[in-house]
Design a protein. Structure first.
Length: 221
């Protein structure tokens, strides 16, 4: 029995349209989550005056007491002993705690959503490549050509050109015009603030999971 070419092309077009719809839904879900995380973030959670912080290898009693007085967000304990190493350990711990706070910040989670989108797209890359080559004319042409010869019993008949055009338009806006960026420019700037804070704290000695000796050795290189 011969295969009806109209049913074949209609099924292929429907499969491509389904891929577009899945991509559009995934993008919309991640963009919505990014917007929520952006709203949950607070600038007060960031390091307000990181330029006033001192590398742990340079701390002494006077500097430590100045940090206690002027940087309350570090939650440094008051000076109780004359042991310089103890001061350095406490400062290293304070920097590491703040580093972890930035890791848990909503804007840090927001920035990681792009990676989720990219990873998901990689899993359906074959379908994306196929979808990227399709246009609204492609879908409409298949329907028109087949309908001219016989009634198409396939899946696209149930969808209007408006429905098809809407999905393709959303896809084009998100991936052709905006290169698949889940984050807006404003979101990217906020995420970069988090990354910059992490970089600066790490440079000051906030190597999470390391003790002061390891941090000092790394900084001394």
């Amino acid at each position: 029995m011969a295969v009806d070419p109209c049913q074949v092309v209609d099924a292929l077009a429907a499969a491509n349209l389904d891929i577009l719809k899945r991509i559009n839904r995934k993008f919309a879900a991640l963009r919505g989550l990014a917007q929520l995380l952006e709203q949950l973030g607070n600038l007060d959670d960031l390091v307000p005056n990181i330029g006033a912080l001192i590398p742990v290898i340079r701390v002494d009693l006077a500097i430590y007491e100045n940090l206690v007085a002027n940087c309350p967000y570090l939650n440094l304990p008051p000076f109780t002993t004359g042991d310089l190493n103890q001061l350095q350990v406490q400062l290293t711990g304070a920097y590491a705690n703040y580093f972890n706070k930035l890791l848990r910040h909503p804007w840090n989670r927001m920035g990681q959503l792009q990676e989720q989108m990219d990873n998901w797209l990689g899993q359906v890359q074959g379908g994306i490549n196929s979808a990227l080559t399709q246009t609204s004319d492609f879908f409409r042409c298949l329907q028109t050509v087949c309908a001219a010869g016989r009634a198409v019993a396939g899946q696209l008949n149930a969808l209007s050109n408006a429905d098809i055009g809407k999905e393709i338009g959303i896809f084009a806006e998100n991936f052709a015009n905006n290169a698949g960026n889940v984050l807006t420019d404003g979101m990217k700037l906020k995420y970069q603030q988090i990354l910059d804070g992490q970089t600066q704290l790490r440079a000051l000695g906030a190597d999470v999971g390391q003790d002061y000796a390891a941090a000092k050795a790394a900084l001394g290189k």
